[in-house]
Design a protein around this ligand. Sequence first.
Ligand SMILES: [Zn+2]
Ligand SMILES: [Zn+2]
Length: 391
Amino acid sequence: MRSSIIMPIRFAALIAGLFVFSSGASDFSTAAPARDIVRAGLLIRVESFNLSGDDYKLFEMRAPVEARFRKGNDYFVTALRGRIIIDGKSYSSPLRITPAASDDTVRINGKNYRDSIVVSADGGARMTVVNELGIDNYVRGVLAAEMSPDWPQEALKAQAVAARGFVWRNAGRHAKDGFDVCATVHCQVYIGASGERPSTDKAVFDTAGEILLDNNGAPANTVFHASCGGHTEEPSNVWDVASSPIAYLVARKCSYCDWYKHYTWSSQIEESFIRARLNAAGYKVGNIRALEITGRNVSGRARFIRVIHSGGALAIRAGKFRLAVDSWKMKSTKITAIVRKKDSFEFRGYGWGHGVGMCQAGAKGMADAGRTYRDILGFYYPGTYIKKISE
Ligand SMILES: [Zn+2]
Ligand SMILES: [Zn+2]
């Protein structure tokens, strides 16, 4: 899944927002506890994983016994009755693994990770593997997944601040799993040290510790998406947001992303596929005769899709329809037309993603026009200001 996200355009954000979509709830009301260490969940309740690295140490966190492993070894790690088994030796859980040199990495399933890995076994044979690392090292591993490293530096810097703010604000989202954020599109895609590039690293270093605060001094929820298609959207039109309008997430016209190759798009989806997906999502529909757009938001996004089918008709919120059917093919709800073809429907529209907050393609457009990352953040999150949370 992850590689398929990164491959086409290195934009994970367009899906990253979907979690809040699908859960039906988004936390825009309470600030997460402040922290500059991120616990990123890499593997959840797995039976085994591969561990390697140049030179690293193991610590049993409950009984500090250190064991050192050397270059060239490649271990298949398992668990048994709540203990962690590496190279025939049994360790108590949780187990911390750190590279011997501070700028080195440990490899989990062939991917490099900085700072520290914590392995916890449940009572039986399953383990959860968490990368515990400094927030800026984490942002380095997000940035390479979220933006192309050859984009202008000011756009990369804006993305670094947004990604840092997102994790700062949403830390603890996975508290019940034993970490802060997962490494997938559900939160933000995090690919560890393997994705680091000089340009993306520089953007992180040049904005070290910076996040955005809103006009009440609280960390802003800096959500973002690939392209707004000409107009950003407000959260209440996308998610079930309980709170009143959020001052820094307002729908506004964006004239900076029309260069982007998915600024306009069209795609064809089979009628039988749409029907199956809607039924799987709990919408009872028969053979679909027509799909109609009902109402539009100020951003031009469809409010509802009316599904006219053999058993009647029903209106589904456009965002929910998109999620249920195919959020990859139906790139946004900024749909201009739905055309009936023989056995399928053709969707035409603008932009990619939910449209709330920073438009990534627009960030590049602004940077190309000579704007700074402060200009970019100020445009997409109006009324916020930059604050350094750590060095
Ligand atoms: Zn997650
Ligand atoms: Zn835009």
